[in-house]
Design a protein around this ligand. Structure first.
Ligand code: PMP
Ligand code: GLN
Length: 401
């Protein structure tokens, strides 16, 4: 597990991909799309290569892409920024890491909502800072942060927080009040806020993604991060960006130049075109994902005792196997409080015997944390796979159930 304990090893995604491959199982682990990017994007990148855009692009990113981000922010969020505020990065991952390294003081404190995308903890560890967490827990309506813990963390003092909505892995979509409450907490402790909005277009069932920087009068402490990977099924192109006040953007760019210097040139004009002319693809992608989500959830609903969380957004569904009788408990061994199965052991069993693999959610938590205990029997399944793989996984799940 990378850096959830401050150590670096193979990511949970790499480990579970290897597990699936060993058994020829359907890999519902890593959130890697099984459907391709649209042809118009491939053509746009090829055209950029043919026209000679094959050398280092400008350090801050191609002006056309920065302008496209400005247009997209205004259109989708009513958030008016300038190209000077935009920095193009190698995926959201680099934007997050560079922002953390630029803004979080050594020995400082970063607040993460747990479970969390593993790269956050790695970035905080690289910055030489401490992590405190706020659990994200199921509620009757979906998922929500534990606000009492949030208030206590703020009272103790925080230098930076990473806010991920829509949230990986729970699919939680924070509302206006939630976001403003987080902002007020940051103001009171004078913390930076880095928002990770990579799933901004993939919000289901009429929900709405709200971007914090668009909701407040003074977004000066906010760094907004997004990426083209999820929106356009281009996770392999690694085109992301962040938006911040000009001097904050400069500080992040100062770090970025020594991480990767610049990002891939020919993909930037292609994403620029997609962001301005083809955001309807984001909506199509969302609808197609929602359909695959439902295929998976229908099959999971047939597993007696499985507690299924219908995600409001993103790539993932969480299933708690704590109450599943029979093989789950026999093969999973004791999990939470000795009651349910341990998700790591159960996931290995389901992979070997039934042919489907997910990510144990405690692998996205810090070892021994309250969130890790809460999610001890919970597995994350990704439904962004090819429709035939989702069908194959659904059949495998039905064999188990
Ligand atoms: N943030 C979250 C919440 C993610 O799930 C991912 C997964 N890819 C990333 C960031 C990384 O995005 P990118 O591939 O653009 O670096
Ligand atoms: N974000 C994806 C996930 O959560 C995977 C990204 C990665 O492998 N680093 O599964």
């Amino acid at each position: 597990l990378v850096a959830a304990d401050g150590t670096v090893g193979e990511t949970i995604f790499g480990q579970m991909t290897a597990l699936a491959a060993t058994h020829g199982a359907v890999n519902l682990g890593q959130g890697a799309p099984g459907t391709d990017t649209p042809g118009f994007l491939v053509e746009a990148a090829a055209e950029a290569m043919r026209s000679g855009m094959n050398q280092y692009p400008p350090a801050q990113g191609l002006p056309a892409l920065r302008e496209a981000v400005v247009t997209q922010r205004a259109k989708e969020h009513g958030h008016h920024v300038t190209p000077e505020q935009v920095l193009v990065t190698v995926g959201a991952t680099e934007a997050l890491t560079a922002a953390v390294l630029a803004l979080l003081p050594r020995g400082g404190t970063a607040l993460l909502f747990e479970p969390f995308y593993d790269g956050y903890a790695a970035a905080v560890a690289a910055a030489g800072a401490e992590i405190v967490t706020v659990p994200v827990l199921p509620t009757p309506e979906g998922f929500a942060p534990d606000w009492d813990v949030f208030d206590a963390r703020i009272a103790a003092g925080v230098d930076l927080m990473i806010v991920n909505s829509p949230h990986n892995p729970t699919g939680m979509v924070l509302g206006r009040e939630d976001l403003l409450r987080i902002h007020a907490g940051a103001v009171s402790t004078d913390a930076w806020i880095v928002t990770d909005e990579v799933y901004e277009y993939l919000v289901f069932d009429g929900r709405e993604h709200l971007s914090l920087a668009a909701l407040v009068d003074d977004p000066g402490r906010i760094v907004t991060v997004s990426s083209a990977g999820k929106t356009f099924n281009t996770t392999g192109w690694k085109v992301g960006w962040c938006i911040a006040a000009p001097e904050v953007r400069e500080a992040i760019q100062a770090v970025k130049q020594f991480l990767t210097f610049v990002g891939s040139g020919p993909f930037q004009p292609a994403i620029a075109r997609a962001l301005t002319a083809h955001t309807d693809f984001g909506a199509q992608n969302r609808d197609s994902l929602a359909a695959r989500r439902d295929v998976l959830l229908d099959a999971l609903a047939e597993v007696p005792g499985a507690r299924i969380h219908r995600p409001g957004a993103g790539y993932f569904a969480l299933v708690d196997f704590a109450e599943v009788p029979g093989p789950a408990v026999e093969h999973g061994g004791p999990g939470r409080d000795g009651a349910g199965p341990d998700a790591f052991a159960l996931n290995a069993h389901l992979t070997a015997e039934y042919g489907f693999t997910g990510i144990p959610v405690s692998g996205l938590c810090r070892t021994g944390s309250p969130a890790a205990a809460h999610y001890a029997s919970t597995i994350r399944y990704s439904f962004c796979k090819a429709p035939e793989d989702v069908e194959r996984a659904a059949a495998a799940i039905r064999r188990f159930g």
